[in-house]
Write a protein that binds this ligand. Sequence first.
Ligand code: ATP
Length: 331
Amino acid sequence: MTTTFEAGTDASQEASAPAVPMAARTRGLRKVYGRTVAVDHVDLDVPEGAVLGMLGPNGSGKTTTIRMLLGLVRPTEGEVELFGKKMPDEAAHALPDVGALVEGPGFHPFLSGRENLLRVAAAEPRLASAGIPAAVDAALERVGLTDAATRRYKGYSLGMKQRMGLASALLVPRRMVVLDEPTNGLDPAGTREIRRIIAELHADGVTVLVSSHLLAEVEATCTHVAVLQSGNVIAQGELAELLESGNAALLVRTPDAELAVETLRENRIGSRLTPDGVRVDLTAAEAPDVLRHLVTAGVAVHEAARARTGLEDLFARLTQPESTVDGEGES
Ligand SMILES: Nc1ncnc2c1ncn2[C@@H]1O[C@H](COP(=O)(O)OP(=O)(O)OP(=O)(O)O)[C@@H](O)[C@H]1O
């Protein structure tokens, strides 16, 4: 697979581009478990102030990358920096700036939500004892758990447990918040709340790194995206740029769809059939040229409109075999 859309990792760019401060940065990051290469030479850039969505199918290495970023797992090879501090060696300096929701937060089942957060807050270096109850109540309020605060954690739903993890990440103001699959187990209302919280953090200038396999989720909340596949970052950069460069297409409504696909193939332009016509890849062709080829070949074009179908399409393109990207083998 190509890395056509990759941004910010190439050496020449590094030399010439103005230095954008990075909240998190990895170089050549690799983690091997026995025979499994979980993460393979990942160069990830998380610019300060970005909401970066780490997108990839199950097993693509998102959680392992996040764990290495947070110093929870030691890399087999490579470097990790959080706000310029080397991880895991300088974790004690870097981590107070970073709130994290990662798999399986260790809350005590027989304590209430509030009691659990009081315990977590007591270990926060940036919270003075006198400020702890107010910080806990504010975090509970922020994630919508105030009414359930005195109930035992054991009886919480999966969604409520996720909110508890989020509350513990947000106990003190952070420069960066890392959320591993934050909407897992949440209903649509809970999902909207997570989006709202991410938007609030972004408005406050907090960097957010959020992993998800839900493409619509990333598209709705993120400014940047990194796409992982089999332990590799196959594309990263600003979401708008990735969509622009990777996704331009022309939807042509025509009864002569098969003739259209054949004509475009002869002109080395990728396309595929849709229910009412063809979808033409504009990566290597301009819309007026496409229309000219079609009309010249006698294709009746009833309607033509540019399409930008979102990250789902980009993700499918990036993770498909190369031959389908240029139109070969598409149906
Ligand atoms: N502690 C471990 N021991 C052995 N293999 C592991 C371990 N952690 C992860 N792996 C393997 O590494 C690969 C990447 O896993 P990882 O959990 O990072 O992916 P992911 O993208 O977060 O997936 P998911 O969305 O399912 O959580 C998988 O093949 C996984 O089985």
